[in-house]
Design a protein around this ligand. Sequence first.
Ligand code: SAM
Length: 283
Amino acid sequence: MSEKKLEGEYCPEKIYFSDKHAEVYCYRKDTPTELIEKILAYLKEKIPEPLEMAADVGCGSGQSTVILAPYFEQVHGMDVSAAQIRQAEATRSLPNVCYGVCPAEELPLKDGSVHLLTAATSMHWFKVDLFLTEVRRVLCDNGVLAVYGYMSMKPDFGDPEVEAQLDRLYNEYFKTLEPYHVSASLEMFKNKYKDVDFPFEEVVRCPDVRCRFEGRLVDIVNYVSTFSGFQKCVKENSTLATECIGDFQKRLYEIGATFKRSPEDTVTLYRDYQLILCRKTNK
Ligand SMILES: C[S@@+](CC[C@H](N)C(=O)[O-])C[C@H]1O[C@@H](n2cnc3c(N)ncnc32)[C@H](O)[C@@H]1O
């Protein structure tokens, strides 16, 4: 399918299609190992090792794909945006990982061939019913679909007051960018896909998984610059985009300064992951 057709049919907003947007994706961190291990523990309850094939759909520039490589013989990363796939191939290439351009709604995979299929911060962009039908087709018996993602990345200063302050900061950032968001997608994600009826025999909606890692406050500013709403705002109203991210940065750095942390200091950051695990059992 041509790039133009993919854009028109599966991503009418054309978000994610520019090389510029794909390049800023280098600021998105890889999925944490602890989250993948939680997913694998669920998968291995019913499928013995060796694990053969995993597929990561809406893989962006491979942040959620490479993390699967140590556990599977073969991993496919797929995305509707050729720009994102070019970036994945350039920055996250591994011998047992292959990338391809294709829509989530038409996966080039054989029936019953996949052990694990992941959709990381991506399913809300798809035509969900078509995607889930495809997932059922390609998963093997006892195969697992893991839908997961996170919204905010925050410093862990161990103070609930500061956490509330950071929540307000994110909320205001989103509010300013509201006219530039594809709201249906954002709402579905914010609501943790609660209205999605997953057509699987087992569906586990896990409590949020908090994952900590070492990073810098500047990483958070870079991360919020990857949001699709922000990137759309940059294109359509660059003055507002500069003001909006400038305000976010100023307030975040002020919070850091109260803990004597500069933007470049190493601090503990965290992401709260929503996670839904589905198993196809053919029963
Ligand atoms: C927020 S990014 C997530 C990237 C990556 N999985 C991660 O964890 O950072 C969402 C991705 O979904 C892709 N996408 C959107 N609509 C799609 C569709 N219909 N089929 C496949 N990929 C799609 C976008 O191009 C984008 O790369």
